[in-house]
Design a protein around this ligand. Structure first.
Ligand SMILES: Nc1ncnc2c1ncn2[C@@H]1O[C@H](COP(=O)(O)OP(=O)(O)OP(=O)(O)O)[C@@H](O)[C@H]1O
Ligand SMILES: [Mg+2]
Length: 266
């Protein structure tokens, strides 16, 4: 069997709080992601989604088990796995253009090349006329677009996206989802995308991984049989509704378990 692009092999993550308590965020979790796949991860709040993606980025290390990129353990911040967060993290003192150029500057790309490459990604996310603006001058949707352009300019092999569109209004979110699908079609990038939104998962993901409530384990893997391109209009088809019902049934159980465990802790 070919080595998967990304894998988690029996991974557990136990945090220790400042008062000495242990919190098992992820337990014995295994999954594989193949090159070019678009994977969505859904699960109740606090079930360990960010923990998992942070391990793939190399920001934190598993307590047990191993996460790998091309079969090699990820033991430090992994530049081949680029991360995008829920809130934009642009440098406020740099213009959009200089933010997007930043990962290129880190790699020592010349100034003129940097400018050319950055412009391509600024155009791709439809910010052509906003390159010289500062983040504070942009709307939330535009700031996330600029973050996406910067992520793409870094040319990571894997895009790790932790609820990147969660703070956006529904319409902007829909437009960005379609843009991301287009970008993935063209670039063939591997994407691991966390979301709470089942419609978002079904629009974007080729496979949808449902995690159990804490500690996170893989509860179900749902193949998205809806054909690409998955335009929003697909959400009206009977196949879509059937898939959404299946997905909701898996998620609902975990959300209820999560609510019950929170009540028990009170
Ligand atoms: N640094 C930390 N120290 C102690 N506990 C932590 C730490 N980071 C996360 N946790 C706990 O681990 C569990 C999983 O957190 P995580 O942020 O991975 O969840 P999540 O699925 O991303 O949640 P959400 O959907 O709300 O973003 C939670 O119970 C959280 O409180
Ligand atoms: Mg999270």
């Amino acid at each position: 069997m070919a080595t998967p692009m990304l894998a988690a092999d029996r991974v557990s993550k136990i945090y220790r709080t400042p008062n000495g308590q242990e919190v098992t965020a992820v337990a014995d979790l295994s999954l594989t992601v193949d090159e070019g796949e678009f994977i969505c991860i859904v699960g109740a709040s606090g079930c360990g989604k960010s923990t998992l993606i942070n391990m793939f980025a190399g920001f934190i290390q598993p307590t047990r088990g191993v996460v790998t990129l091309h079969g090699k353990p990820i033991t430090t911040i992994e530049p081949r796995c680029g991360m995008m967060f829920q809130q934009y993290v642009l440098f406020p003192w740099k213009t959009v253009r200089h933010n997007v150029e930043y990962p290129l500057a880190l790699r020592g790309v010349s100034r003129s090349q940097r400018r050319k490459i950055a412009q391509r990604f600024i155009d791709m996310v439809q910010l052509t006329d906003f390159g010289d603006r500062y983040p504070a001058e942009l709307s939330g949707g535009m700031q996330q677009r600029a973050s996406l352009a910067r992520l793409l300019a870094g040319d990571p092999e894997v895009l790790l996206m932790d609820e990147p569109f969660a703070a956006l209004d529904a319409m902007t979110r829909q437009v960005l989802q379609e843009e991301l699908l287009n970008i993935q079609d063209k670039s063939g990038k591997t994407i691991l995308f966390i979301t709470h939104n089942l419609d978002e998962a079904l629009t974007l993901g080729d496979r949808i991984i449902v995690l159990s409530s804490r500690p996170g384990r893989v509860k179900a893997i749902i193949e998205n049989t809806l054909p690409r391109p998955r335009h929003v209009s697909a959400q009206l088809s009977p196949e879509y509704l059937a898939l959404k019902a299946r997905l909701w049934a898996e998620v609902e159980e975990e959300v209820n378990r999560h609510v019950q465990s929170q009540q028990a802790e009170k």
